[in-house]
Structure formats: C-alpha cells, structure tokens
Design a protein. Structure first.
Length: 258
C-alpha cells in the first residue's frame, strides 16, 4: 500500500472532527477520509452490539476506499468495538480512551482530584473500568456522564452560550470545583467545549483531552511501518456522513475549521 494512501477517521457523529482537525494540524501531508455517523448518534446510549455493527460497516467502507490506517475517533466506539476491529482488519486500528494517565501524572506523585466527563457507555464499559483501576487507589477520580453535550454539538447549538453553560452547571455544580485538579474530556465531542469549560472551572484546573496523544501514537505507528505520507504530498480532509442533510455538511466544515 502506498504511504500516501488515506487515513480513515470515524466517530458516532461530529465529535471526531476535533480529532481530524488535530491530525490535519500535526500531520499536514496526510490525506484523511472522515466519516461521521450522525444518523445513529449518539452512540453513548446504544447497546454495545449495535455499536459494533455500525463500526464494522464504517470500517468496511474505509477498507474499500484503500485506507492505510483507521482512527476510531470516538471513546464510546473504542470501548465497544476496538478489539473486534483489530481482529477483523489487517491495518493499524488506533482507538481512544480518556486521558486519565495524563491527568494523574500531572501530580508527580501527589494525589490528584480528577473528574472524567464522558458518555454513559464509555464510563460503564469494562475498558474504562480497567483504566480506572490503574489509578483510583492513589487518586480521587469522579465519573461524570454528560450525554447532553453530545446532542448540543449534533444539533448545531454549540454557539448558544446560555444553553451550554446551563448544561455544564447542571452536570458540574455538584462538585467543589476549587478542589479539582483536572477535568478529562473523555468524548471527542467535548473538545469543542474547551472554552466553555475554561469559563466554568477555576484557573488552576487543567482541561485535558486525548486528541494530541492519539495522533502522536498514530504517527509513531505509521513511521514504524514506513507509512508516513511523503513530505511533498498535499494533505486533505474529505468529509462524509450517514446524515446527508445540508445542515450536517455545513456544520461539519465549520467544526473542522474550514
């Protein structure tokens, strides 16, 4: 396969565009095929077996398009399907998980107080339970499901400041935020709320997402396989979605930053 072959990136909807944006920034010579499954969003409220079916359909599409790697730009889909995807396809499958290690390591041995914001399914799946088990004996970690944040992005309501802040207060006012060291954004949709979280949280509270680490891991894997695009190759992002409405098309390009 040519090193200039595209990379497939998919999500339950529009959240993974934050990952595609990071990929475009960090690896500008790569061609990206993005697929959002907004017709079936949100994944976080669906049963795992149904999510796996959606993921297989999307990855079959990518393989037909000749991708050299696939990024599962969705924490929920990663939790539900990444192991099955790796068994089925013989190209690198890069998943995502909440960047809890980054949050805990910030303390350099000092106990950290962390909130992990994610979808209900991500927080209930065994994959997150295993991740949590690595850190919860030495750190104070709270799980906060935030399903409404996915809906707001998909509905194109991200610019409604009052709606967003009211929603965030509804989820986070139960905490003593002054005591929180970091909030982990455990859903790619939530990355689009970074400025809102900054407004909500004390200045000392870090806001952490896994996008940069995921793209760095992708780059390391591709480099080890001799699969990085040539320096002269013009990078691009091509967007498709299971919801073909003009609203979704326009919103996708806006979120990508085009």
């Amino acid at each position: 396969m040519s090193s200039n072959a595209p990379i497939g990136v998919f999500d339950s909807g529009l959240g993974g565009l934050s990952v595609a944006r990071q990929l475009r920034h960090d690896m500008p010579n790569e061609s990206v095929l993005y697929f959002g499954d907004s017709a079936h969003a949100p994944y976080g409220l669906r049963p795992p077996e149904e999510i796996r079916g959606f993921c297989f359909d999307i990855c079959d599409r990518f393989v037909r398009q000749g991708v050299k790697a696939i990024v599962v730009a969705c924490n929920t889909a990663t939790s539900a399907a990444v192991n099955d995807l790796r068994e089925r396809y013989d190209i690198p499958i890069i998943g995502m998980e909440p960047a809890l290690k980054v949050a805990c390591d910030r303390g350099h041995g000092v106990r950290q107080h962390v909130i992990v914001a994610a979808t209900p399914l991500t927080l209930k799946e065994r994959k997150f339970a295993d991740l949590l088990h690595r850190f919860d004996s030495e750190h104070d970690i709270r799980k906060q499901p935030c399903p409404e944040l996915v809906r707001i992005v998909e509905a194109g309501e991200l610019g409604d400041h009052d709606l967003v802040m009211d929603t965030l207060h509804g989820y986070f006012d139960r905490y003593d935020l002054d005591s929180i060291d970091s909030v982990v954004l455990g859903c790619t949709h939530f990355v689009f709320y970074r400025d809102y979280f900054r407004e909500l949280l004390p200045t000392h509270t870090a806001i952490i997402d896994g996008n940069e680490g995921t793209i760095n891991h992708l780059g390391v894997i591709l480099e080890s396989l001799g699969g990085l695009a040539e320096d002269t190759h013009p990078g691009s992002v091509e967007i498709a979605n299971s919801d073909t409405s003009e609203r979704i098309v326009e919103l996708s390009h806006t979120l990508l930053g085009e």
